[in-house]
Design a protein around this ligand. Structure first.
Ligand SMILES: [Zn+2]
Length: 399
């Protein structure tokens, strides 16, 4: 998740969380996990009356100051009643203790309960309604019998962001072919792989970690592309495609330009056309995995996607305006569609149609290595701009 940025900014992460209730304070050490900063859930007990239960499905039911939270190890979401919030850092077990992300206290708790406020300057969680929270402050942390755990000395304030670069189509699925009329031959799967490789190196040059869903001419199931991204705990998902004109259009060969999609219900006929075309790849797939039967996973899937819509749309806008600065064809704008490949990604996700393979001028651009590099560079620049904007918008550690 990109919210991971809130612990990844250049400024030092807090070494402890202060929980203040009336005139009593409890300091809870912030610990570093492989994924990022968090706090041990059991240490919240004295300050927030926390109770932790392991549910039969392996989830943890945590009650914090009267708020019931449902989390699972390695799942970067928390459910509070009917609402599901994405987490920067997935809860994890460290030495057998459940560690929950700091964000649970700095962001989620104040959002769901009026009894809490978070002071980002002091890294202090304040119980503003002690009567509602029934806090039983017991100063157990600093007694001789129970010394505070050592302050962690290793942190990862500069966790590198992971971008999944998805080259559309592959193997038996060529994607579109063109152009109509004269021009260099376009096979979508070949163009998308070339641009994806350029994009991967452009992103790496800008300090990102990159995972490509494919690096050769193979077919990856649409649902697996998102699954690959989720399993890697990626921050962003960028899928690269080539557009094709509808043969029924008046002059299909004339249509050209680039457009960027984010996930939503397809809104226009044209967006529906692109959606149908890109989702067609499913027919090449065998043994597509069904979603897991856990009802929570469905809820989480649905809610998580809604949470990411705004970010996905922001990323799409940034990519589209960056491409407009280098791409000689007209901008066709940011659009919404319900792509299978985006539907399975628990992170801001976009699909870029970098040009019309059916148009001879676009075909010349799409098949040129130097143009491919410029397009990839523009998308990589946009990624950096988006990430910086995101940091400014969400980081509670901003000073
Ligand atoms: Zn495509």
């Amino acid at each position: 998740m990109l919210a991971a940025l809130l612990i990844a900014c250049q400024l030092a992460a807090p070494t402890q969380l202060v929980i203040r209730s009336g005139d009593r304070t409890v300091n809870v050490p912030v610990v570093s996990t492989a994924a990022g900063e968090g706090v041990r859930a059991d240490l919240l007990g004295p300050a927030l009356g926390a109770a932790i239960r392991v549910l039969p499905n392996g989830h943890y039911a945590i009650t914090l100051g009267g708020v019931a939270l449902d989390v699972a190890e390695h799942v970067p979401f928390v459910r509070v009643g009917d609402a599901v919030f994405p987490l920067a850092v997935a809860p994890s077990l460290v030495n057998g203790r459940l560690v929950v992300p700091l964000q649970l206290l700095s962001d989620v708790l104040p959002r769901v309960s009026g009894a809490f406020a978070y002071d980002t300057v002091r890294d202090e969680l304040r119980v503003t309604d002690t009567a509602a929270v029934h806090v039983a402050v017991v100063d157990t942390l600093h007694t001789a019998a129970n010394p505070p755990p050592p302050t962690p000395s290793t942190r990862n304030p500069k966790r590198r962001r992971l971008v999944v670069v998805d080259a559309g189509h592959g193997g038996p699925d060529n994607g579109m072919t063109g152009p109509i009329g004269k021009g260099p031959k376009v096979i979508e799967k070949t163009v998308t792989l070339a641009v994806a490789k350029q994009l991967a190196s452009a992103l790496r040059a800008r300090g990102y970690d990159v995972l490509m869903t494919r690096t050769t001419d193979t077919l990856i199931a649409l649902s697996d592309r998102g699954r690959i991204a989720n399993a890697a705990h990626a921050d962003l998902f960028i899928s690269v495609h080539v557009n094709a004109a509808n043969p029924n259009w008046k002059d299909p060969g004339a249509s050209r330009g680039f457009e960027t999609y984010f996930l939503a219900e397809a809104k226009t006929e044209d967006a529906k056309r692109v959606e149908r075309m890109e989702n067609e790849a499913v027919k090449f797939e065998t043994g597509v995995h069904a979603p897991k039967g856990d009802p929570l996973s469905f809820i989480i899937n649905d809610m998580a996607q809604n949470e990411h819509l705004r970010e996905s749309s922001e990323l799409a806008e940034t990519i589209q305006s960056s491409l407009a600065q280098v791409h000689p064809a007209p901008s066709r704008g940011v659009k919404q569609a319900n792509f299978s490949v985006l539907r399975n990604s628990f992170m801001p996700a976009v699909l870029v149609e970098i040009g019309f393979g059916t148009n001879s001028k676009d075909a010349a651009i799409l098949t040129s290595a130097s143009w491919q590099a410029r397009i990839a560079g523009a998308i990589a620049d946009a990624t950096t701009r988006y990430v910086k904007g995101y940091e400014r918008r969400v980081s509670p550690q901003r000073r």
